[in-house]
Unconditional design. Structure first.
Length: 290
């Protein structure tokens, strides 16, 4: 995949589709990030314009234009450089993320469960992030929110933001599978131990950048095993990013050329992680805010 390929797939409205057709937020943000990393500005500027037109009154972003629903893609938008997205739009997205939590950790939900006599698992005390508001928190949206908030916190540290990132990371630690790595949600489902998945393991490791615990060490070992076994472009992209976040991607690693990208998010994300591997990183800022 190439930058020229991404540019050729941009819709007339400035956004990108998953494969073809109408524009969606996920492929648009990943495409804009990939183009920025490659130094292409004209198409990325049109992408920013499309993104900004969709922002909702509360600062969040919907999955696509015309959908009246806040969603997890707000985290992706918050990863975009604020100097190009716009400081006001960026801060509104950050505020929305700080106010959003999984339904199971809200006081209303916990009070209702207590009145019904249902035990409250300790993991429900920790606030993660849901795919859409008023639903349960999951590993995927929590990892993406942490990437955005940690990047913001390194650029502009504030106590409340740092505390929210720490709690979100504790949420992820509480959901590490027994062997290491992460499933999509609970450590145990229907009475059975959950097995880790490659893509969610990579996502969570990326969100845990700078944190080395016994759980993270086990998960890095699982990620390295997945890296040599899985044949999904999406999984490999996230595994590479997660390992790069901890300096654990083998120096000799070369992405298998036979694994094809099926969607534009996979293609753009692959280009983006290639740039990260070369030292151009738009996923996190360092301690100096760069």
């Amino acid at each position: 995949m190439s930058v020229e390929f991404l540019v050729s797939k941009q819709n007339p409205d400035g956004g990108w589709p998953y494969v073809r057709g109408s524009s969606w937020m996920e492929p648009t943000v990943y495409s804009v990030l990939a183009l920025l990393a490659a130094g292409e500005t004209s198409s990325s500027k049109r992408g920013f314009q499309w993104i900004l037109r969709t922002q909702r009154y509360d600062g969040s972003f919907p999955p696509k234009a015309g959908v009246d629903e806040s969603s997890w893609v707000t985290s992706l938008v918050a990863l975009l450089p604020p100097e190009q997205l716009g400081a006001e739009a960026h801060q509104a997205a950050i505020r929305w993320l700080l106010q959003t939590t999984g339904r199971e950790s809200t006081r209303t939900y916990r009070l209702r469960e207590w009145l019904l006599g249902n035990p409250s698992p300790s993991e429900h005390q920790l606030r993660g992030w849901p795919w859409i508001p008023d639903t349960a928190a999951w590993v995927g949206p929590t990892s993406l929110a942490l990437l955005a908030l940690d990047k913001e916190g390194r650029r502009h540290p504030t106590p409340g933001l740092g505390e929210r990132v720490s709690e979100g990371r504790r949420f992820l630690i509480s959901r590490v599978c027994q062997e290491g790595g992460w499933n999509h949600g609970s450590v145990r489902a229907l009475g059975y131990e959950s097995a880790p998945y490659p893509e969610t393991t990579g996502m969570a490791l990326a969100a845990m950048r700078g944190v080395r615990t016994a759980e993270v060490e086990r998960s890095l070992a699982v990620a390295l095993r997945f890296l040599s076994q899985c044949r999904s472009a999406d999984a490999l992209n996230w595994l590479r990013l997660g390992l790069l976040a901890h300096g654990e991607l083998p120096a000799s690693y070369c992405r298998p050329s036979e694994i094809e990208c099926r969607t534009l998010p996979e293609a753009s994300f692959q280009l983006l992680v290639d740039e990260v591997q070369q030292g151009c990183n738009l996923f996190w800022a360092d301690e100096h805010g760069l």
